[in-house]
Design a protein around this ligand. Sequence first.
Ligand code: HEC
Length: 135
Amino acid sequence: MKKTVQCLCFVLILFFSKLSGSEHEKKSSFEAKKATQLAIIKALATRKDTQAEIPKAPEAYAKCTGCHGQDGKTKALGKSEIISGRSEAYLVTAMNAYKAGTRDMSGMGSLMKSQMDAVSNEDIKAIAVYLSSIK
Ligand code: HEC
């Protein structure tokens, strides 16, 4: 009888030491997770905000954003080219052609003509400078 109790105690001690062992493991994996999360938060906090690098858009570009996106990287209606990152000259020529009604009038050009109709030459230039500065 005494032996059985001793034996039982031994088993219990073993059992609990095992438990506390895995408890310890749990804790250290929790610590590891916490460290990873902290590293991610730190990386996010120090991340260079790419949005901040985009210069302020000219007012005249405001009505274009619905189709082309604030950064000009949206294919308008899924059809246009990406308009940012093109050369200033290319953009001025394209916008003037739409405005004059000489570009793609049988297609989407008429839609772009209606967009460009009220945009002044000054604004065309400002929009071109803005869009070409976005890489
Ligand atoms: C209703 C949606 C819409 C709006 C708003 C809009 N566009 Fe467009 N834009 C288009 C579509 C569609 C095309 C493609 C036209 C084509 O196929 O010729 C286009 C083409 C262009 C292109 C030629 C792209 C290339 O590389 O060939 C430029 C530049 C452009 N738009 C600038 C502007 C500017 C600047 C404004 C605001 C003044 C504007 N767009 C507003 C839909 C839009």
